[in-house]
Write a protein that binds this ligand. Structure first.
Ligand code: UDP
Length: 280
């Protein structure tokens, strides 16, 4: 198991492959103690800069998987400029390292070895849950989505035990009802789809109230992908850092979020590297 951590904008990332992340997740879910995993992407990192509580919750997780090509790029960029003092060199490397991604995506797979998405990790955990005798609870998303996700997963992974589903809301006043439902389900694994940072903060506030849950993971829009409410970008776009372009066409209403995850994030990384000498 890799204990190798990479820090970007003050948030830790585990340098793991999907296979290693799965092994660790199953190990945590089968343990006696409680754990949570987060799936930070560039939007998480931006949010963490202005939300210290969120940053703390991310840094206290049992594993942070790098869920975004932007994260891999930032790790690579800090690495290739670690001995540079010239602002011009830092800028030129920033520009060239960004431009190279669509043509040579492997270039950024060296400091952090793999992009591991929450969606892929959830799929793998579901695939291996039965063999490991693990029960699952699905929480979040819009009314009706979790029930559909349950049906789809049960048809796909025969024998999988999804012992509870609930949409609910991340509001404090719903917490008692939700935690009671999760407790009743006796599930060891809890997937929470309330979007960041609500889902991570929700898990952090409530995990101890559900002692049966050994592993909780915030998985953002994954239920929407499984229920086919939203479509994931084709593999080649995911691999070449062009997923944002696909999302922009699919969901133009997310334009601001996409701008944040690309231009704003890349600009912040450049600014951080030019103004700070302790980049990792
Ligand atoms: N969501 C929810 N309640 C909320 C906010 C979000 O159930 O108060 C759900 C939303 O329906 C979606 C998921 O949280 O299924 C995350 O959505 P988002 O678009 O943020 O996911 P991402 O694309 O970042 O993975």
């Amino acid at each position: 198991m890799s204990e190798n951590l990479v820090h970007i904008l003050g948030v830790k990332f585990d340098n793991v492959t999907l296979k290693e992340a799965l092994e660790k997740a199953i190990h945590l879910a089968k343990s006696e103690t409680q754990h949570y995993i987060a799936t930070p992407n560039p939007e998480f990192l931006l949010e963490a800069q202005k939300n210290p509580e969120f940053k703390k919750v991310l840094n206290e997780s049992d594993m942070n998987i790098p869920d975004g090509m932007g994260v891999l790029w930032a790790a690579k960029y800090f690495n290739i400029t670690r001995n540079s003092h010239s602002k011009t060199v830092k800028f030129l490397k920033w520009l060239s390292s960004l431009l190279i991604i669509p043509f040579h995506p492997k270039y950024i797979h060296t400091v952090l070895k793999e992009r591991v998405t929450g969606a892929d990790l959830m799929e793998q955990i579901c695939k291996h849950a039965k063999a490991n005798n693990l029960k699952i609870f699905l929480l979040g998303a819009r009314e009706g989505t979790v029930e559909k996700v349950k049906e789809i997963l049960e048809a796909k992974y025969h024998g999988i035990k999804i012992t509870g589903t609930f949409s609910g809301t991340p509001k404090i006043e719903d917490e008692h009802l939700i935690t009671e439902k999760v407790k009743k389900s006796e599930a060891q694994i809890l997937f929470v789809a309330y979007g960041a940072p609500q889902q991570e903060l929700w898990i952090h506030r409530n995990l101890h109230k559900m002692p049966n849950v050994k592993l909780a993971i915030g998985i953002g829009g994954t239920f929407d992908f499984i229920a086919k409410i939203r479509k994931r970008a084709p593999k080649f776009m995911q691999k070449t850092g062009l997923e944002w372009l696909y999302r922009l066409f699919q969901e133009p209403s997310r334009a601001k979020r996409i701008y944040n995850a690309t231009i704003k994030f890349a600009s912040l990384i450049l600014k951080e590297n030019i103004t700070s000498s302790k980049s990792s």
